[in-house]
Design a protein around this ligand. Structure first.
Ligand SMILES: NC(=O)C1=CN([C@@H]2O[C@H](COP(=O)(O)OP(=O)(O)OC[C@H]3O[C@@H](n4cnc5c(N)ncnc54)[C@H](O)[C@@H]3O)[C@@H](O)[C@H]2O)C=CC1
Ligand SMILES: CC(C)CC(=O)C(=O)O
Ligand SMILES: [Mg+2]
Length: 360
């Protein structure tokens, strides 16, 4: 049966990078992978077309899709919208919440060819392979109450950091299962020395660890984790953390792999449906210049094939194609250094496509 994939390019560099990833999906389809592609609008593009960052038509198509590929949302032209519920980022948050995509997997893997592009010394990062498991539908990004209001003659802004036991338990179990499939080491990152919500987080992680006796559970405060990630990142294998800490730590981890343009992600719900997107944003500073790195988006397609479509062999072909192109010395500007050949977004996409086809 044909699997139905919804493409949501979004804003800024979103359309540029998803176009390169779609080339790979179309090549796979022409070689026999049974998929159907359709496209929708989200974020600022959704607002401009339909007056809402998550148009009803897009939400309906997303619910019906077997998997979604999203570029990125946001941009300065929409930051001025007075009604914050209409801003592009709310479209993305709405999609995550409506589809209950609570488990966000962000693998920070250093391709050996990019050791020199990493922000850290090659010996500190060589062989780096961390899986960050970020809770995606709760925490401070969703907690109520939230708002900005006048109190005592001045404006006060507030958000609520809230997690229920069941929300912590389900992301915890996802992380323990991931650790079981990998190196049986799980580090839970919290701020349990200050925040009650993360004291509960730590207690739940401890309680459920009894069901995974083969996994070694450790705990780390988020400030220390941020420091350890740049001091000795290879001490981590699977990291589980809440929505905001995971957002921040994964951008930090991206730089260990050479660039934010290298980090793919999968956002999964309990039914295995998934949305796949690069970890970066819409990069308005480079949008329209044809210089964005499409590899995080292309690698997100590999994650889609592995996690939602159960097509690991196709996923491996994509990952291998990326390796071939890096071996050839091709680099977008963000990962270029002396001795490599700087290429545009579409040249990089075409090179990956050629390396992908060469494995047919
Ligand atoms: N998942 C999403 O759709 C996300 C959306 N955003 C939105 O994106 C907009 C810009 O946010 P920023 O904080 O600037 O984060 P950003 O991730 O868009 O950009 C940060 C820096 O990384 C660079 N960069 C990002 N992706 C790149 C790529 N593929 N290749 C080369 N360089 C790349 C950018 O040029 C910029 O200098 C905002 O509106 C923000 O809300 C931010 C993060 C995630
Ligand atoms: C809603 C997004 C802008 C949050 C984000 O930065 C991310 O998911 O990486
Ligand atoms: Mg982010």
């Amino acid at each position: 049966m044909s699997r139905n994939i919804l493409i949501l390019p979004g804003d800024g560099i979103g359309p540029e990078i998803t176009a390169e990833a779609v080339k790979i999906l179309e090549a796979a389809r022409s070689e026999g992978l049974d998929i159907t592609l359709s496209e929708g609008k989200v974020g600022g593009a959704g607002y401009d077309a339909a007056g809402h960052p998550l148009p009803a038509e897009t939400l309906e198509a997303a619910k019906a899709a077997d998997a979604i590929l999203l570029g990125a949302v946001g941009g300065p032209q929409w930051d001025k919208l007075g009604d914050i519920s209409l801003r592009p980022e709310r479209g993305l948050l709405g999609l995550r919440k409506e589809l209950e995509l609570f488990a966000n997997l962000r693998p920070a893997i250093l391709y050996p060819q990019l050791a020199e592009a990493s922000s850290l010394k090659p010996e500190v990062v060589s062989g780096l392979d961390i899986m960050i498991v970020r809770e995606l539908t709760g925490g401070i990004y969703f907690g109520q109450p939230r708002g900005i209001e006048r109190r005592d003659g001045q404006q006060v802004g507030y958000n609520t950091y809230v997690y229920s036991e069941s929300e912590i338990e389900r992301i915890g179990r996802t992380a323990f299962e991931m650790a079981q499939k990998r190196n049986k080491k799980l580090c839970s990152v919290d701020k349990a020395n200050v925040l009650e919500v993360t004291m509960l987080w730590r207690d739940v992680m401890e309680r459920i660890s009894a069901d995974y006796p083969d996994v070694e559970l450790s705990h780390m405060y988020v400030d220390n984790a941020a420091m350890q990630l740049v001091r000795a990142p290879k001490q981590f294998d699977v990291v589980v953390t809440g929505n905001m800490f995971g957002d921040i730590l994964s951008d930090e981890a991206a730089m260990l792999t050479g660039s934010i343009g290298m980090l793919p992600s999968a956002s999964l719900n309990a039914g295995g449906q998934g949305m796949y997107e690069p970890c970066h944003g819409s990069a308005p500073d480079i949008a329209g210049q044809g210089i964005a790195n499409p590899l995080a988006t292309i690698l997100s397609v590999a994650m889609m094939l592995r996690y939602s479509l159960n097509e690991a062999a196709w996923a491996e072909r994509i990952e291998k194609a990326v390796g071939v192109v890096l071996d050839e010395g091709l680099r977008t500007a963000d990962i270029a250094y002396a001795g490599t050949r700087k290429v545009s977004t579409s040249e990089m996409g075409d090179a990956v496509l050629a390396a992908f086809k060469a494995q047919a």
